[in-house]
Write a protein that binds this ligand. Structure first.
Ligand SMILES: [Fe+2]
Length: 290
């Protein structure tokens, strides 16, 4: 049984930050959307064009909101920093694609960890992001950057259909970046313009400790691509992950270094858990024993 925490216990780093609470597309045909953040029921109302009001159902109080990148964001506290900046979103030769929001019955931290894991590609995204016998995750570098993000670089993986425009399989270069506890991104070589990268940001909405909504945001080069295909591909890949994630046990992410046996390919995951421990993030986690 998951214990429900009071808001006093929610870490400042999470409370005083922005989180996606809805895809703006979810207001199509309606001016009201019910959603949930850190166990608090919220009602988001579209008051006029591009204007919203977000209120907590428990107290009836309005909370801070922002609309950016096609999402509605909110904070249960006072945001201590801005929404993650995405320079690619200002490049006019990219499609900016939302519409992949998917509810997953697992801790959002598990979702971030799964996003970092290349080892599951051949087994879960068979014939798309991986294929047997190409199951080896080549060694990569992973470190904490000067501004306290996790960067995994020099990642590569053999992919039969890395993206909708890929013709035949090739080794795809990846960079992963954990920007915040519930925000992660990846940059992968574009099959047409191999000197540029497509990017995928994953904003995870912590619904409660054992439920989340994945909100992917794709910044794909338009060259040789159409937007509907990008969206279809995103929805396909995330739908493949959902049942795997929902079968994970426990549903919260164990932070004890001895809880799960790491292998070399899990270097990102090991560092992510360590980073969460050092940030004292416990929402959605099972804390390490002292
Ligand atoms: Fe996956």
């Amino acid at each position: 049984m998951a214990m429900q925490r009071s808001q006093i216990e929610l870490e400042h780093e999470l409370r005083d930050d922005w989180h996606v609470i809805a895809d703006i597309e979810s207001f199509a045909g309606s001016d009201r959307c019910r959603t949930r953040l850190f166990g608090v029921d919220l009602i988001a109302t579209k008051t006029e064009e591009a204007m919203y009001e977000v209120t907590r159902q428990d107290t009836g109080k309005a909370i801070e909101w922002a609309a950016r990148y096609g999402f509605l964001w909110a904070s249960l506290g006072t945001p201590a920093r801005d929404i993650v900046d995405i320079p690619e979103a200002r490049e006019s030769d990219r499609y900016l694609v939302t519409g992949g929001s998917i509810a997953v019955n697992v801790s959002g931290l598990r979702l971030v960890e799964n996003f970092l894991d290349m080892g599951h590609f051949p087994f879960i995204h068979t014939d798309y992001l991986g294929v047997e016998p190409h199951t080896e995750v080549p060694p990569y570098k992973v470190e904490i950057s000067a501004d306290d993000e996790i960067w995994a670089t020099d990642c590569s993986f053999f992919q039969p259909v890395a993206s909708p425009t890929a013709k035949g399989g090739f080794m795809v270069d990846y960079i992963y970046r954990v920007i915040r506890a519930y925000t992660v991104s990846l940059y992968k070589s574009n099959p047409t313009q191999q000197d540029r990268m497509d990017s995928i940001y994953l904003f995870v909405q912590p619904v409660d400790e054992e439920n989340c909504v994945a909100h992917p945001f794709l910044c794909y080069l338009k060259d040789g691509m159409d937007e509907a295909t990008v969206r279809w591909f995103m929805q396909l890949i995330f739908a493949q992950d959902k049942p795997i994630l929902e079968n994970q046990f426990p549903k919260r992410l164990p932070l004890d270094p001895r809880a799960e046996t790491p292998i070399r390919a899990d270097a990102s995951s090991v560092l992510y858990r360590r980073w969460l421990r050092s940030h004292k993030i416990s929402y959605g986690a099972i804390a390490a024993a002292d």
